[in-house]
Design a protein around this ligand. Structure first.
Ligand code: ADP
Length: 175
């Protein structure tokens, strides 16, 4: 019996839709009776990874800690949804190796222009004015997944379509 959980790892630019999609997927999974935990980058950086900055080393450490906690939960049957920019491919790959086959990488993809126009948290404006430095997509890199398990094009697909895609993939994997 497969009583392990899954780690759904949402990666993408700020404002791409990681938080929005992960929250709705979490809601649906709870309705299905699963145990669910969300590790959202914005929240986690205020506790578990508080004090870390945005250098490559600190970003990698952030992902390493998120991956470690996701692994612990996931192996105990929890569905873990991680919503974090996670810009570096090698850091994501290490988490995939740690968690194994129940790691599902979801590329929440929207062009920078669209994310910037949304500017959900007003951060792009601050990055453009130089108030924030090392902002992903502006003056810090984002390495897109080359082989994600799933891609949501949030500039072309509705929120409901994206959520449905994630749930469908999970249903297929859990068979
Ligand atoms: P992130 O967590 O990636 O920084 P958020 O989820 O906070 O992004 O913000 C994404 C914004 O984009 C929200 O305002 C959301 O309503 C909007 N949006 C538009 N279309 C989509 C979509 N298909 N999927 C997710 N979000 C979308």
């Amino acid at each position: 019996m497969n009583d392990r959980g899954y780690t759904l790892w949402f990666t993408g630019l700020s404002g791409a839709g990681k938080t929005t999609i992960s929250q709705l997927v979490a809601q649906a999974l709870k309705h299905q009776g699963h145990r669910v935990e969300i590790l959202d980058g914005d929240v986690v950086r205020t506790n578990l990874t508080r004090g870390l900055g945005f250098s490559k080393a600190d970003r990698d450490e952030n992902i390493h800690r998120l991956g470690f906690v996701a692994h612990l939960l996931c192996r105990n049957g929890v569905y873990v949804l991680v919503a974090a920019i996670s810009p570096y491919a090698d850091a994501r790959q290490k988490v995939r190796e740690l968690i194994g086959e129940n790691f599902i990488e979801i590329y929440v993809n929207s062009p920078l222009e669209v994310c910037e126009a949304r500017d959900v948290k007003g951060l792009y404006k601050k990055a453009r004015s130089g108030e924030i430095k090392h902002f992903t997509g502006i003056d810090d890199p984002y390495e897109p997944p080359l082989h994600p398990d799933l891609e949501c094009r949030t500039d072309r697909e509705t929120i409901d379509e994206c959520v449905a895609k994630v749930l469908n993939l999970l249903a297929l994997r859990s068979r």
